[in-house]
Every structure is written in structure tokens, then in C-alpha cells.
Design a protein around this ligand. Structure first.
Ligand code: NAP
Length: 266
């Protein structure tokens, strides 16, 4: 059996710690180290309080790549470090599987180029929950027939970027199907700045941040005398792990960058 060696960047985080547990549960995956600037040499599992994992925390990405030689780097860090982590991995021919959001289209294009130059695979998925991918696909389909649409995404109040990567990806998919138009009243005026949300190619995206929320999104379509609401809720972070597991396995047999879980689902 070929075991895939995996390093996790951000292993103490809400998503990273779920990824560590998922990797430890799968005998075809081996956790080789965690990357965390605040630790050096401690066992990942002991720090997470789940018992020894036989893999240590290292403070530096280059040290992790050179010394532990992972096949795959799973990244659930922050928008500030994810790009540099990906560049470091790709240059060492380590395949990134990235859930961290906040990368711009220009960043993604640059990373795609780097993957091609180095003949390395990478997967970035703004949302690893399979239900969320279906929500995006259904929204894209509905936009063909109902071009009046608004997206409302809701996340926990510690999220750094807005709108969410999922909302941006949904908007991009809707845009491919929706007829070009600017919706709403042409003389609409915001009495409080931001009340109408962010503007994206003719329609609006709204971001809600509250404690108690995990990751939720509604795509609301309106037409004469009717509305259609497509909604997805991640009620815990385990919901993302089957998608992360699939991506780790798929990235091993791919060259170039894949953006979006929908592109690897059978
Ligand atoms: P989180 O709980 O804040 O975790 C981020 C972790 O990264 C923290 O432990 C943080 O450590 C650590 N970190 C910071 N700088 C680092 C560095 N240079 N190297 C390694 N680790 C570093 O955040 P989260 O909720 O897990 O979310 C992480 C990312 O995943 C966010 O971008 C979020 O939007 C995204 N996300 C994606 C999905 C998806 O399905 N794709 C789903 C949910 C969330 P400190 O706390 O010590 O700074």
C-alpha cells in the first residue's frame, strides 16, 4: 500500500485540527509534521489533546518541507501566509491542498503558472463541503432562468476575509450563466454605507459575522411573484473533511492547479 505523506500547516486551528484527526484516522495517509510558528518539536497530537500522533510541530515551512519530505501540504492557515506556503511547497515539488481563503484571482493565476513550470499538482477549494459544492452548482443552474440574485453568506466572527471564498466562487459560477444586467433600482441610495452589500458584476453579496455560526450561505433568486432560495449549512467542521481527504488523494495524480472541489468530484 502506497502511503501518502502529509504535512498540515495551521494544525492547531479549527480546520487544521480536524484535518489532523482525519489524516490520523486514514491508514493510507501518514501525518509527517505540523507547521506552526509558535511550536518547535512538540508532538502534534499531544498539543491538540488527542494523544501522541508520532509527528512533531515545526515552526518553519522550509524546515518542514526539507526535513520531513511530505508528498502533500494541507494548508488551513490565514490569508496572510497561504500564498508563501504554497510557493515554498510547489518549488519543492510538494503538492498543496489548500482550504485557506483570501487568495485573489491574480494569486491563483500566478500559482497555476508556478505549478505548470514545476510540473506539480495543487488543489485549492474555497469550500470542501460536498453540499456546498452542490449549492453552488444549483445556483449556477438557477441563474440561467432567474437573473435577479443576491448572496448572503454567514460565518463565525473570527473569520478574517469577507466575502467568503465560497461566496466569491458562487458569484463567479453565477456570472457564467446569468445574463449581463445591473439589478435593483438605478437610483438606489445607501443611507448607511455598505447596507446593500458588496457589488459583483451587477449583483450583491452580503457577509454576516456572528459567534455561534460556522459556515452558511443562501443564494436568493427573485422573479415576478416568486423567490427561490438555495441554502447550505455546515454545522461543524467535520463536514469539510471528506472533501479534504478526496483532494489529498486526487492531487497525487495531477499536474497543474485545480480550483474548486467540483472539479475533482466524480
Ligand atoms: P483558525 O482557527 O484561526 O486557524 C488558523 C491557524 O493557522 C491558527 O492556528 C494560526 O495560529 C495558524 N497560523 C497562523 N500563521 C501561521 C503560519 N505562518 N504557519 C502555520 N500556521 C499559522 O482558522 P480556521 O477557522 O481553521 O480557518 C483557516 C482558513 O480556512 C481560513 O482562511 C478559513 O476561511 C478557511 N476555511 C476554509 C474552509 C474550506 O472548506 N475551504 C472551511 C472553513 C474555513 P495562531 O492562532 O497562533 O495565529
Amino acid at each position: 500500500m502506497n502511503v501518502i505523506r502529509v504535512a498540515v500547516a495551521g494544525p492547531r486551528g479549527r480546520m487544521g485540527s480536524e484535518a489532523v484527526k482525519m489524516i490520523l484516522r486514514d491508514e493510507t495517509l501518514q501525518l509527517v509534521c505540523g507547521i506552526d510558528p509558535k511550536y518547535n518539536g512538540e508532538d502534534v497530537g499531544t498539543v491538540l489533546g488527542i494523544g501522541p500522533a508520532d509527528a512533531v510541530l515545526v515552526p518553519d515551512i522550509r524546515q518542514a518541507l526539507d526535513h520531513y519530505k511530505p508528498d502533500v501540504l494541507v494548508d488551513f492557515t490565514t490569508p496572510l501566509v497561504v500564498k508563501q506556503n504554497m510557493i515554498a511547497a510547489i518549488k519543492k515539488e510538494v503538492r498543496p491542498v489548500v482550504g485557506t481563503t483570501g487568495l485573489s484571482p491574480e494569486d491563483i493565476a500566478e500559482l497555476e503558472h508556478l505549478c505548470q513550470t514545476n510540473r506539480v499538482g495543487a488543489i485549492i477549494a474555497p469550500n470542501f463541503a460536498i453540499g456546498a459544492v452542490l449549492m453552488m452548482k444549483f445556483a449556477q443552474e438557477a441563474a440561467k432562468y432567474m437573473p435577479h440574485v443576491e448572496i448572503i453568506e454567514q460565518h463565525h466572527d473570527q473569520k478574517l476575509d469577507a466575502p467568503s471564498g465560497t461566496a466569491i466562487k458562487t458569484a463567479e459560477l453565477i456570472q457564467t450563466a446569468r445574463m449581463e444586467m445591473r439589478q435593483g433600482h438605478p437610483e438606489e441610495k445607501e443611507v448607511i454605507e455598505g447596507a446593500r452589500g458588496g457589488y459583483y458584476n451587477g449583483f450583491r453579496i452580503h457577509s454576516v459575522r456572528l459567534p455561534g455560526l460556522v459556515a452558511h450561505q443562501e443564494v436568493i433568486f427573485g422573479a415576478v411573484g416568486q423567490t427561490l432560495t438555495i441554502r447550505h449549512d455546515s454545522i461543524n467542521r467535520e463536514s469539510f473533511m471528506p472533501g479534504v481527504n478526496l483532494a489529498i488523494k486526487k492531487v497525487m495524480n495531477h499536474t497543474g492547479l485545480i480550483y474548486g472541489l467540483e472539479n475533482i468530484m466524480e
